[in-house]
Design a protein around this ligand. Structure first.
Ligand code: CAA
Length: 286
């Protein structure tokens, strides 16, 4: 299979990553099935896509016709059986190993034999997910960055079992979506989160130990290092539950204390302060 043979593209999870992935795929001309566990979640994701595309029309970045055509290419689903004829799937469900394992076992049964099964996991080993299926050569990591419509990078992660063909199709699809792919091997956190998340965790330690206020910490990194957002604001954007899950994966994967999650991060997650999505994290959101 080649990237141009991918006609029907499945996305699992219509949350902040999943709906962004569905958007870039539909805008690139692919037909998309956007699935979530409940139809109302899929519909909410579709509304977000529609709002983002409307803004692009207002800014003159696309025409109303292009927006309508992209939306028409997206079908919503609350049943994985709707994936019976997909060519390529990206799973962007919640960052929970057991949930992802079950999804891949189900996809392996439902999807055509030629279909590639990619995961947008931010840190769970791809090889472990691939081992849930009878097609480990067709399982790969395709890791988009948040917010997906804006961020240029797609990290493409090979498991030991991933075939060169699967890698090439995924790489070429990322380019078709207007992104720049970068290759990583299958070690905890891959490249992006191996580097980013310890920095965010250290920023949380600075807050926890009173080295600086949330504003000081973020200002230092924004103005001192030219980061577009401070690490605490970025943690709120990513989701503090996701940040904690990634730190746990790094800690468990390397058994190295340098990856221990900051106790303050754990406390916030336990309190349900997950960042932007719950209206409160290190900052408050309306
Ligand atoms: N969806 C779609 N478009 C969005 C958006 C969203 N959620 N958020 C912002 N945009 C668009 C805006 O509409 C705007 O578009 P125009 O240029 O056409 O006007 C553009 O992005 C810039 O937005 P703003 O002017 O509002 O704000 P900004 O200049 O501060 O940019 C930002 C916002 C792009 C989020 C920028 O702050 C940034 O790059 N932040 C860092 C993001 C980052 O590091 N992401 C990676 C997170 S790690 C990850 O995702 C992986 C993981 O596994 C955890």
């Amino acid at each position: 299979m080649k990237a141009e043979d991918v006609k029907l593209f499945g996305v699992i999870g219509a949350g902040q990553m999943g709906h962004g992935i569905a958007l870039v795929a539909a805008v690139s001309g692919l037909n998309v099935v956007l699935n979530d566990i409940k139809m109302e979640f899929a519909e909410r994701g579709f509304q977000s896509i529609s709002q983002i595309l409307s803004k692009n029309v207002d800014k003159g970045k696309m025409t109303q016709e292009e927006k309508d055509a992209a939306l028409e290419r997206i079908k919503l689903s609350a049943n994985l059986r709707d994936f019976h004829s997909v060519d390529f799937v990206v799973e962007a469900a919640t960052e929970n190993q057991e949930i992802k394992f079950q999804i891949f076992r189900d996809l392996d049964e439902i999807c055509p034999a030629h279909a590639i099964l990619a995961t947008n996991t931010s840190s769970i080993p791809i090889g472990r997910i691939a081992a849930q299926t009878k097609r480990p050569d067709k399982v790969i990591g395709m890791h988009f960055m948040n917010p997906v419509p804006v961020m240029k990078l797609v990290e493409v992660i090979r498991a030991l079992t991933t075939s060169d063909e699967t890698f090439q199709v995924t790489w070429d699809l990322a380019i078709k979506f207007g992104k720049t792919p970068a290759e990583a091997n299958d070690y905890p956190g891959f490249i992006a989160n191996r580097i980013l998340m310890p920095m965010i965790n250290e920023a949380i330690y600075c807050l926890y130990e009173g080295v600086g206020s949330r504003e000081s910490i973020d200002t230092v990194m924004r103005l001192g290092m030219n980061h577009p957002m401070g690490p605490l604001a970025l943690a709120d954007l990513i989701g503090l539950d996701t940040c904690l899950a990634i730190m746990e994966t790094l800690y468990e994967g390397f058994k190295d204390s340098k990856y221990r999650p900051c106790p303050l991060l754990r406390k916030y997650v336990e309190a349900g302060w997950l960042g932007r999505k719950t209206g409160k994290g290190f900052y408050e959101y309306k």
